[in-house]
Design a protein around this ligand. Structure first.
Ligand code: CA
Length: 228
């Protein structure tokens, strides 16, 4: 998944880029509002992280102009301390969430993953569901919540999207390549091993017996399917 970061503090650009890359995101950055806005319009991104105070075009103006152009990609705004009064304005202009500087990286990653969980998986067969139950697990897709045996289960954004895709297309077999395209999106990490790792994590978190999964099944030589 691709993130556009528009931020003029170079140190923060480096730190954020490193951290998001280590979480598996592809990161493109711009250090002024004008070039950030141009990038945001001309390429596909799954999320925008916009600093408010930027040279040439501020974060509010970028957000407003993107929304006016019908670009609905989630926006996380970064504000400096003392700018809290502007939050209402930003939300009116179409921002989805805020983070006040200075923040912990783990907080940023959590917000990013929450926003991405809320945005719909593309390429499904159209049979989207709001909630789903299997075994001891229940999933609320709108709230991006997963419960197993009455306990909340923490899934990363990618795990959640993969699970949602498998469930929405349950019964069908999906090759690793197809899952990479459908869940990670284009320019995804190249390795189909990524899919295997996420499948293993999902089984670990959701299956009663991860070594003999009842739901998230391997179809040998073909890929994976969610047992219908
Ligand atoms: Ca700034």
């Amino acid at each position: 998944m691709r993130v556009l970061l528009v931020e003029d503090e170079e140190g923060l650009v480096l730190t954020l880029t490193d951290r998001l890359k280590s979480e598996g995101f592809e990161v493109v950055s711009a250090t002024d509002g004008k070039s950030g806005f141009e990038l945001a319009q001309s390429e596909h991104f799954d999320l925008f992280i916009l600093d408010v105070m930027l040279p040439k075009k501020n974060g509010y103006d970028i957000c407003r102009d993107l929304r006016q152009k019908g670009i609905a990609t989630p926006v996380l705004m970064l504000t400096a301390k003392g700018e809290t009064i502007d939050k209402v304005l930003g939300l009116k202009l179409g921002a989805d969430d805020y983070l006040t500087k200075p923040f912990e990286m783990i907080e940023l990653v959590a917000r990013v993953e929450a926003l991405l969980r809320r945005s719909p998986v593309q390429q499904t067969d159209g049979s989207g569901v709001d909630s789903f139950r299997f075994g001891e697990v229940s999933i609320d897709f709108k709230r991006a919540e997963v419960i197993k045996s009455h306990q909340p289960v923490e899934l990363s954004a990618m795990e959640f999207r993969l699970l949602q895709f498998l469930i929405e297309n349950r019964g069908s077999v999906h090759s690793r390549d197809h899952l990479l395209d459908a869940v990670w999106g284009y320019d995804a990490m190249p390795s189909t091993r990524t899919v295997d790792v996420h499948i293993a994590w999902l089984r670990q978190k959701l299956e009663d017996n991860p070594k003999h999964p009842a739901f998230i099944q391997t179809v040998h030589g073909m890929g994976y399917k969610f047992a219908a």
